[in-house]
Design a protein around this ligand. Structure first.
Ligand SMILES: *Cc1c(COP(=O)(O)O)cnc(C)c1O
Length: 223
C-alpha cells in the first residue's frame, strides 16, 4: 500500500536529483518544471503534495478522471494542470475549462475544435503540439515529416498560438535521439517549451533541453 508520506519522500529526493542534474548539465534548475503525473492517483493522495510540498504543477491523461479529481482540488489551491493524454474532440470543451496547458494537439479536427472554443470563450489553454517522433502507428502525435505543415496550419488556418512541443519516445528506443530531434525542431520554429522526459529518461531530457519533465512513478510509485 503506497502512502502519501512515501510520495512526499520520493518527491523530495526527485527534486534534489533534478537540481543536481540541471547543474551537471550547466542549466539553471529554475528553467525546468516538474510536472507531477497524478493519473490513477486519488485526490486524497494528491492533496498532501500540494499542501505539504507546494507542488503546484500536475499532469493528467484523461479528461473525465481529471475532472472528477481536480474540480474540487482546484478550489482549494492554485495549481497548473497539464493534459498529457490524447484529447477527443467531444471532450474539448471540458478540457478547455479544466486544463491550463494542453500538451497533445496533434490533428486538424482537434485544432479546429480548439479554435471554436477560442472564438466562444476568448481564450484557450496554453498549447503544445505532440510529435510522434518514433512514427509509431498506435501512438498519438503528429508525424515528424508532417509537423512543419501542421504547426503552420495551427497558426495560419486555426489562429492558435503554439507554445512548444511534447514527445514520448518509443519504449525500447534510446530516448536521447528523440529528445535531440524535438529540441532542434523547436529551435528551428522558435518554440520555447519542450515537454519531454518521464521517470525512466528525464536525465537525458534535462541534458537535451527539456523545460518540462513529466514524472509519475518516481513520485507515486509503480502504477
Ligand atoms: C504516465 C505518463 C507519464 C509519466 O510516466 P512515468 O514513467 O510514470 O513517470 C508521462 N507522460 C505521459 C504522456 C504519460 O502518459
Amino acid at each position: 500500500m503506497e502512502t502519501s508520506s512515501s510520495d512526499l519522500a520520493r518527491l523530495a529526493t526527485l527534486r534534489q536529483e533534478i537540481v543536481r542534474r540541471a547543474e551537471d548539465c550547466g542549466r539553471d534548475p529554475a528553467t525546468i518544471t516538474l510536472i507531477a503525473v497524478s493519473k490513477t492517483v486519488p485526490a486524497d493522495r494528491i492533496w498532501p503534495l500540494i499542501s505539504h510540498a507546494q507542488q503546484t504543477v500536475f499532469g493528467e491523461n484523461r479528461v473525465q478522471e481529471a475532472k472528477s479529481k481536480w474540480e474540487d482540488l482546484r478550489t482549494r489551491a492554485a495549481v497548473t494542470l497539464h493534459l498529457i493524454g490524447p484529447l477527443q474532440t467531444n471532450k474539448v470543451r471540458d478540457a478547455v475549462e479544466l486544463f491550463d496547458v494542453i500538451e497533445t494537439v496533434d490533428r486538424d479536427n482537434l485544432a479546429e475544435a480548439l479554435a471554436q472554443e477560442k472564438a466562444r470563450r476568448g481564450h484557450v489553454p496554453r498549447l503544445l503540439v505532440q510529435v510522434n517522433t518514433g512514427a509509431e502507428p498506435q501512438k498519438a502525435g503528429v508525424l515528424p515529416q508532417e509537423a512543419d505543415a501542421f504547426l503552420q496550419r495551427c497558426r495560419d488556418v486555426y489562429g492558435l498560438h503554439i507554445e512548444g512541443l511534447m514527445c514520448i519516445p518509443p519504449v525500447g528506443d534510446l530516448a536521447s535521439p528523440h529528445f535531440a530531434w524535438l529540441w532542434q525542431f523547436a529551435a528551428r520554429h522558435g518554440l520555447k517549451t519542450l515537454s519531454m522526459g518521464m521517470s525512466g529518461d528525464w536525465q537525458q531530457a534535462v541534458q537535451l533541453g527539456a523545460t518540462h519533465i513529466r514524472i509519475g512513478s518516481s513520485i507515486f510509485g509503480a502504477r
